[in-house]
Ligand binder design. Structure first.
Ligand code: GRF
Length: 200
């Protein structure tokens, strides 16, 4: 399977995918990495792995819709089977979902449907839950609302702060992402209403 991965930050999830793809038995390859900003470690990780990159900043386009269309074209040029949003901090829009809908997955650092949005670890900590985790989902037009592909649970410890909790979540998140993307690549993904299973 051909993967295009979109990043906005440190790219540790991307790195986990790049490392997994080094084994041919994994069944996938990262054919391009895109970003919505320059100068991030995620892009450096792609370059070190010899993977082509592209950047489209919202601010360099006349409108959000134009940005979304340019991003769609840039991704489409690499003919992905699956698009992985890995710490990509922008919502993709109508043209993107029109082109790739059902083949775009995103990872969220909380157990959906709890704590959607930008601050999953902080919101879980403030609420006082004793377990949280990571969720892999099929991207739809909402914020972290798509069908759930996989989840991984982590405990909240009494002495956690947002950083320590997010680090524990990210460790689980990377393993979940690598496992699920490999299964999608090798087996496929079946979506029936809200319910998702691996298979074809
Ligand atoms: C992940 O926890 C992701 O779910 C969240 O931001 C983090 C990105 O980490 N939205 P990285 O860039 O993959 O290291």
């Amino acid at each position: 399977s051909r993967l295009v991965v979109l990043v906005s930050g440190s790219g540790t999830n991307l790195q986990a995918l790049l490392d997994a793809c080094a084994d041919p038995a994994y069944g996938a390859e990262v054919v391009a990495v895109g970003a919505d900003r320059d100068g991030i470690e995620g892009l450096a990780r792609a370059r070190r792995a010899g993977v082509p990159t592209f950047v489209h900043r919202v601010g360099e386009h006349a409108s959000r819709e134009d940005w979304d269309a340019a991003l769609t074209d840039a991704v489409a040029a690499h003919e992905p089977d699956l698009v992985v949003l890995a710490g990509f901090m922008k919502l993709v829009g109508a043209s993107f979902l029109g082109r790739f809908g059902g083949r775009v997955i995103n990872t969220h650092p909380a157990l959906s449907p709890s704590f959607p949005g930008m601050h999953g670890p902080r919101d879980a900590l403030e609420y006082g839950v004793k377990v949280t985790g990571a969720t892999l989902f099929v991207v739809d037009a909402g914020v972290d609302t798509g069908q759930i592909v996989a989840q991984s649970v982590v405990p909240v410890e009494d002495d956690d702060d947002v950083a320590s909790l997010h680090e524990r979540i990210k460790t689980a998140e990377r393993a979940m992402l690598v496992d699920a993307v490999g299964r999608i690549a090798r087996e496929g993904l079946v979506v029936e209403g809200r319910r998702v299973r691996f298979g074809g």
